[in-house]
Ligand binder design. Structure first.
Ligand code: NAD
Length: 469
């Protein structure tokens, strides 16, 4: 199986980017297919806007608070549009809009701290912080609004301006968000660009950009880092994951089954830090498989705009083909689908929630990132074996340990090679925490004060002590 992600961009219609509804597979709207050459003027304008924006922190705080209010007020327009192009249930889109506003509010209140350096020398030195300049943000299609906000809220709060490029699969809600924000922000502080490749590649390597902050797959992350090397722009990469959940032998299976299921299947499994593999003790393995499969069979799959829908479609056709490929290969290699295992026979990009058992441990559905509504459940004999298997991929985003003794679970969590480990839940993040995958899952740190300072450079002033007042 090919390890690189199939990257078929959406087509164009009338020279514009056609946007498909994943619940039908049909185009329902379009967006500008901007040419890479347009970036020169836009980055120049972002640079010009930077001078005013960086100079007045109090005005920035006021503008970002107003931006948060504006996003909330536009929720009734943003959420259905997000569901239409992305596929997720409407309630999840509303939650994503709320998280977008929350990010603006959180970062609006952060300010860099000045710190004196006291090293005994007769010099009074102080560390201060300066913004970098125009920042490029490139984001994927799974959480278009909140991932964009995770980039623009800290970057703008720190005094930078930004050119933001959403995925060509989900340009519309981001464009609407851009126009909502433009009511609260000075002109050219945040510019949204939409189009197909090589728009992102050109943005990442643009000489006027001082920081490239990217969320997406590992192969694209490598290309972005290589592109940014040309201008020596700072790079932050939030990349793929293949999170393991280890169930301990004292786990209460009926109690955790539903929570574990949604830790894997929320947003149709299209979450970088979703549970992608479950390791269960041999004694409990079939009970875990059956509990998850039984729950999977009750889940209502349908269009995100239908009120009863719990699980929407996969976002796009290449991603659906990828999920199907991984599943078919596992089944051909001897796995069994305890639930699902196939596309749904209806229009749109629907795949049945799938629980796999008897999966050969080296199967790509276990070792790679399938990023869809599929969950392999693997048995283990010893805890050492489980931890070794959990750590055996190139990814290191998150992981979790589940059991009735949280201290014991936490001791096992300490052994996981990842950036965030959870006990008895998975994928919950605080706005105030650092978010940083290790190994192939990331470069740099996002989130909390760490993400804020990632948009600043230290600036040090030295002066002899006798010059001080
Ligand atoms: P992707 O890498 O295909 O695309 C991400 C973005 O990069 C899109 O906007 C795309 O248009 C753009 N792009 C494509 N080629 C480019 C190039 N050569 N140069 C610059 N930009 C380019 O990823 P995807 O399929 O949109 O998203 C799914 C991936 O995102 C998964 O691997 C998932 O794990 C990852 N992800 C990671 C996080 C995290 O925080 N670590 C969060 C969400 C998603």
């Amino acid at each position: 199986m090919a390890t690189s992600r199939a990257r078929h961009a959406p087509g164009t219609r009338n020279g514009r980017l056609a946007v498909l509804d994943p619940a039908t597979g049909a185009a329902f709207d379009d967006a500008p297919d901007q040419a890479p050459d347009e970036l020169d003027a836009l980055v120049d304008r972002a640079h010009a806007a930077w001078h005013g924006w960086r100079s007045d922190p109090a005005a920035r705080t006021t503008a970002l608070r107003a931006a948060a209010d504006a996003v909330e007020a536009a929720g009734a327009d943003l959420a259905p549009l997000l569901t239409r192009e992305q596929g997720k249930p409407l309630a999840e889109s509303h939650a994503e809009v709320a998280r977008t506003a929350a990010r603006l509010r959180y970062f609006a209140e952060l300010a860099p701290e000045r710190r004196p350096i006291t090293d005994g020398r007769p010099v009074r030195s102080e560390v201060r912080w300066r913004p970098l300049g125009p920042v490029a943000a490139i984001v994927p299609w799974n959480f278009p609004l909140q991932l964009a906000a995770a980039k623009f809220a800290p970057a703008l709060a720190a005094g930078n301006t930004m050119v933001l490029k959403p995925s060509p699969f989900t340009p519309l809600a981001t464009r609407l968000l851009g126009s909502v924000l433009s009511a609260a922000l000075p002109e050219d502080v945040l510019t949204v660009v939409t189009g197909r490749e090589p728009l992102g590649a050109r943005l990442a390597s643009h000489p006027g950009i001082r920081h490239v902050t990217f969320t997406g797959s590992v192969p694209t992350g490598r290309a972005v880092a290589a592109g940014a090397a040309a201008s020596l722009a700072q790079v932050t990469l939030e990349l793929g994951g293949n999170d393991a959940a280890i169930l301990l032998d004292d786990v209460d299976v009926p109690r955790i089954a539903e929570r574990l299921f949604w830790a894997a299947f929320r947003n149709c499994g299209q979450v970088c830090m979703a549970v992608k593999r479950v390791y269960a003790p041999t004694r409990l393995h079939s009970q875990v498989v059956e509990a998850l499969a039984q729950y999977a069979r009750t889940v209502v799959v349908g269009p995100g705009l239908d009120p009863g829908t719990q699980l929407g479609p996969v976002n796009n056709a290449p991603q659906l083909a990828r999920v199907e490929r991984y599943t078919t290969r596992a089944l051909a290699d001897g796995a069994r689908a305890a639930a699902g295992g196939h596309r749904l026979d209806r229009p749109g990009h629907f795949f049945a929630p799938t629980i796999l058992t008897d999966v050969p441990p080296g199967s790509p559905v276990v070792t790679e990132e399938q990023f869809g509504p599929v969950l392999p459940v693997l048995p283990y004999r010893s805890l050492d074996e489980a931890v070794e298997a959990a750590n055996a991929t190139g990814f290191g985003l998150g992981g979790s340990v589940w059991g009735t003794d949280p201290d014991r679970a936490e001791a096992v969590a300490e052994l996981l090679e990842c950036g965030t480990a959870w006990i008895n839940h998975h994928a919950e993040l605080s706005l105030a925490q650092p978010f940083a995958g290790i190994k192939d899952s990331g470069v740099g740190v996002a989130g909390g004060p760490w993400g804020f300072y990632g948009n600043l450079r230290p600036f040090v002033v030295h002066r002899p002590r006798e010059e001080s007042p």
